[in-house]
Write a protein that binds this ligand. Structure first.
Ligand SMILES: [Zn+2]
Ligand SMILES: [Zn+2]
Length: 328
């Protein structure tokens, strides 16, 4: 998330760590609506380890984009941690008529790490030309749209800019953030929910085919900053309700910052994460988060085994507002 970049200095100065929390939540085993929460994490993604950076990034030869093919129509791309410490995850959903790309990552568009070129290699030029490529963003932090320039002006591409007005115009929410919208990719439906809180324009996607929730920076295995606490609480409550009405096999966010060990994370700016946690969270994590947020009406740091919720302080919100004012 972009704020992480902006806040590196303040956080380092403040000595933030998981151990200095206000609320530590033991979630090793608990019941939610009859669902037993078991910490033995079984990933629904066959890929166990992502490229997680290197001790010597100067001599790192790994590709800029690591592509995981889940099935014929579903791809997850991670950007190289040596090229960007954010190492965001980018999602590709292929329908019979359209292809949806969620986020363009933290790398600017350059020939040596062109995301469009990676898509051409992954999906084939013919398919990319024949089907419309729809580019959406999980939210408007710059580590999720830096690659946009590589898609601007390309034929048969619909690139939705990250501003609130553009996102709203395209998705057509009557009463943001209430309601849901469905994008039809051709024999494949993607439901969109507005989930502000981490950031104003944050959305979450649900892929009906794989029953995945793509939560961006709203929920992922890391240190999750919350800008607007009440918005976030409401968003998580709506997501939880959605997950009660729709089967969710995995929650997939945009970064990995946690270690495998409970409640421990790699410091901001890390370019080597040899012991990082798996990408996907189970739906029980969402239930746990919602239950805790319901109990905390005021901004409170809450530590879970697999992620940490951290309210922004006033200075961080100010920085975020300035950055947003510049880009919106
Ligand atoms: Zn991010
Ligand atoms: Zn973010």
């Amino acid at each position: 998330m972009k704020l992480r970049t902006l806040a590196v200095l303040t956080l380092l100065l403040s000595g933030c760590s998981a151990n200095s929390s206000l609320r530590a939540y033991d979630n090793s085993l608990e019941q939610f609506d009859g669902i037993e929460v078991n910490e033995q994490h079984q990933s629904v993604i066959a890929k166990a380890n992502w490229h997680h950076g290197a001790v010597d990034c100067d001599n790192n030869q790994s590709a800029a984009h690591e592509v995981y093919q889940h099935d014929q129509q579903t791809f997850i791309i991670r950007q190289n941690k040596c090229l960007t410490f954010e190492a965001p995850f980018i999602y590709v959903f292929v329908g019979s008529e359209k292809i949806l790309l969620l986020d363009t990552g933290a790398l600017t568009d350059e020939p040596k790490h062109s995301l469009y070129q990676t898509l051409q290699q992954t999906l084939g030029r013919e398919q990319l030309t024949r089907k419309e490529l729809l580019v959406l963003h999980s939210h408007s932090h710059s580590d999720h749209y830096q690659g946009d320039a590589g898609f601007e002006g390309v034929e048969n591409i619909k690139l939705v800019p990250t501003t609130a007005s553009d996102v709203n115009r395209f998705l057509g929410f009557d009463n943001w953030p209430q309601g849901q919208k469905v994008i039809d990719l051709g024999d494949r439906a993607i439901t969109v929910l507005a989930t502000p809180g981490h950031q104003e324009e944050a959305i979450t996607l649900y892929d009906h085919k794989n029953q995945w929730l793509m939560t961006g920076d709203t929920l992922y295995p890391g240190l999750i900053y919350v800008k607007d606490w009440q918005m976030y609480r409401n968003s998580i409550e709506r997501l939880t309700t959605f997950a009660l009405n729709n089967q969710v096999t995995a929650i997939l966010g945009a970064h990995i910052e946690m270690k495998k060990q409970p409640s421990l994370y790699y410091p901001i700016g890390s370019t080597y994460q040899p012991d990082e946690a798996s990408l996907d969270l189970k739906v029980q994590s969402l239930h746990q988060l919602n239950a805790q947020l319901q109990q905390h009406q005021q901004p409170t740091e809450i530590i879970f085994d697999r992620f940490i919720i951290k309210p922004m302080n006033g200075f961080q919100r100010l920085l975020s507002n300035i950055a947003r004012w510049i880009t919106q």
